[in-house]
Design a binder for this molecule. Structure first.
Ligand code: C2O
Length: 564
């Protein structure tokens, strides 16, 4: 090759590299980087000031914005005295449990002074999810939104909104939440209920000292807004309404739904709902309101939080009206009807891939129990169990133990069925069924289809429980009151367009049936998303086995994975 032609080859290489850089690289996924500093911050609400744990000093914390297909790297640096982990609620984290975040399930906590980079891909998901601390009760103040936009050039399957806003619902305690949890544990009783509900961290003008603590959404007449609503409350299931306006539900838990109109939506801790709202009423100021849903006799924070839908040009001296038609706090009927309207979009582009056949049938009973406790107030403490097992957190992370083949950390013998059949939802039982403590996992073969029926019981009391599965979405194929009947109820399942989600409410004194495919190897947490119940042991974990093919096993752990 002479000089001229080798130069020619070089030039051509250079040109093609440039073309590659210009046209190929931008089409590839972006890397979105965030720095989360866990710090103590002074925050005041309702005439009280307290020092609490936040991310980067903000409450709620920063929103993570990504696009479907992106890689996201969030470096978390812990500057507080508490151990910390962050969970990316609803992200599937395929083969990558290392980035999932529940303490002692997938990782050891990030200790004071240490950092850990959560590094994950957002594959095949778009919509609203959220992130939160996943250790003790720290998620009360450490949480924020995750907004995943559709891939470039891919429209929403609903009319394009003129603007979007995140609406994060939360709970505020005057006291330190770790102290609230600890007090409940030491006494063996239910911890104190919260002092207020919040909308984007603010209780609103119906609460004292709230002049500065009101969230207002500015709207222009005639425009349509996409609200990304997140229930980040610790223990309360919630209703959300906007005075004078209806909402069109278009997405739940980052999956598109068949659109329907509702004046109130209900969402439980862990769940998200996207709605379209058109600012088409008489220009004014309208309250958005949040209040609890609670249909049993357990104590709940019954305060209403408000925020303002503010039409452009309307003076702030105008006093807003409250929603007229919010359901009663104990309105089981409203919630049942609302959930019956939820359907997957199930379009050609977004099909509902519902497992038609089931390889593994599971039935888990949800129970409350009273365990002996010498140091507690009444000599006993409240606890909770699944199939009569109160889950005990290990001292090292389950995923690490599984991946490294460590013995003695857990057993893989969680029972597929409750030890004894009884009239689950009959007359109140006194919790004498013989519960036991254990770190027991259920082993599921790779790619098998699973049906899990979560059955509430009347042990001590029936109660509604939002259950969250990590690492997967599932289809809610059935739901009912009373005892699940395996001979009759499956005939009524919706296997065509059931709602697809990551968190589902089990009705008080009823059951919910979910189906999913175990196509994500790793250790995945299943728990009630009411933190009070999670701390009582209402949780377990699945050990989803590796497959044999390439891309069917747990990825190697990152180098900076925290040590216990
Ligand atoms: Cu949103 Cu295991 O949590």
């Amino acid at each position: 090759m002479d000089m001229a032609s080798s130069r020619h080859v070089l030039l051509r290489l250079l040109v093609s590299a440039l073309v590659l850089a210009l046209f190929v690289l931008p089409a590839q996924a972006d890397v979105k980087r965030y720095q989360f500093d866990i710090v103590m911050s002074n925050v005041s609400r309702l005439c009280h000031e307290k020092t609490m744990v936040t991310v980067n000093g903000s409450y709620p914390g920063p929103t993570i914005y990504a696009r479907e297909g992106d890689r996201v790297i969030v470096n978390v640096t812990n500057h507080v005295k508490y151990n910390m982990t962050i969970h990316w609620h609803g992200l599937k984290q395929r083969r990558n449990g290392w980035a999932d975040g529940p303490a002692y399930v997938t990782q050891c906590p990030i200790q004071s002074g240490a950092s850990y980079a959560y590094d994950f891909n957002v594959t095949g998901q778009r919509g609203t999810l959220w992130w939160h601390a996943h250790i003790a009760w720290l998620r009360a103040t450490v949480h924020g939104a995750i907004v995943i936009l559709p891939d470039r050039g891919v429209p929403y399957p609903f009319p394009k909104p003129d603007a979007e806003a995140e609406i994060i619902l939360g709970e505020w305690w005057h006291a330190d939440v770790e102290a609230v949890e600890k007090q409940g544990r030491t006494l063996g009783m239910a911890p104190n209920t919260s002092d207020a509900h919040t909308i984007n961290g603010k209780p609103g003008p119906l609460s004292p000292c709230s002049e500065k603590h009101t969230y207002a959404l500015q709207v222009q007449w005639g425009k349509t807004y996409l609200l990304r609503i997140i229930n980040a409350a610790v223990n309360d299931e919630l209703f959300f309404s906007i005075a004078g306006h209806t909402m069109m539900v278009v997405e739940i838990d980052a999956t598109y739904t068949k659109p329907f109109v509702s004046s109130t939506i209900q969402l439980s801790p862990g769940q998200t709902t996207n709605v379209l709202v058109r600012a088409d009423q008489r220009p004014g100021r309208y309250f958005m309101a949040v209040k609890p849903f609670n249909d049993v006799q357990v104590p709940v924070d019954n305060k209403t939080a408000t925020a303002i839908l503010q039409y452009a040009g309307v003076p702030t001296s105008v006093i807003p009206a409250l929603p007229q038609l919010m359901p009663a706090t104990n309105s089981t009927g409203y919630v049942t009807a609302f959930h019956d309207r939820l359907r997957s979009l199930n379009s050609a582009r977004y099909p509902a891939d519902v497992p038609r056949t089931v390889d593994r049938h599971l039935l888990y009973t949800i129970g409350l129990n009273i365990d002996p406790c010498e140091t507690c107030l009444n000599g006993s403490r409240l606890a909770a169990s699944l199939n009569n097992i109160t889950f005990v957190m290990p001292r090292v992370a389950l995923l690490q133990a599984h991946y490294g083949g460590a013995r003695g950390v857990f057993t893989a013998d969680f029972p597929d069925r409750p030890p004894a059949r009884f009239n689950y939802t009959g007359v109140p039982l006194t919790a004498g069924l013989g519960t036991s403590l254990g770190t027991r996992l259920s082993k599921i073969a790779y790619n098998s289809t699973v049906e899990l029926v979560l059955q509430d019981t009347n042990l001590l009391s029936v109660e509604s429980h939002p259950f969250h599965l990590h690492g997967h979405n599932f289809f809610v194929v059935g739901r009912g009151v009373g005892n699940f009947d395996p001979s009759k109820d499956p005939a009524k399942y919706n296997l065509v367009d059931p709602p697809e989600r990551n968190t589902v409410g089990v009705p008080a004194g009823g059951w919910t049936a979910i189906r999913f495919r175990a196509d994500n190897p790793g250790v995945w947490f299943l728990h009630c998303h009411l933190e009070v119940h999670t701390s009582w042991g209402l949780k377990m974990a699945f050990l989803m086995e590796d497959g044999n093919g390439p891309g069917e096993s747990v990825l190697p752990p990152p180098k900076d994975l925290p040590k216990c």
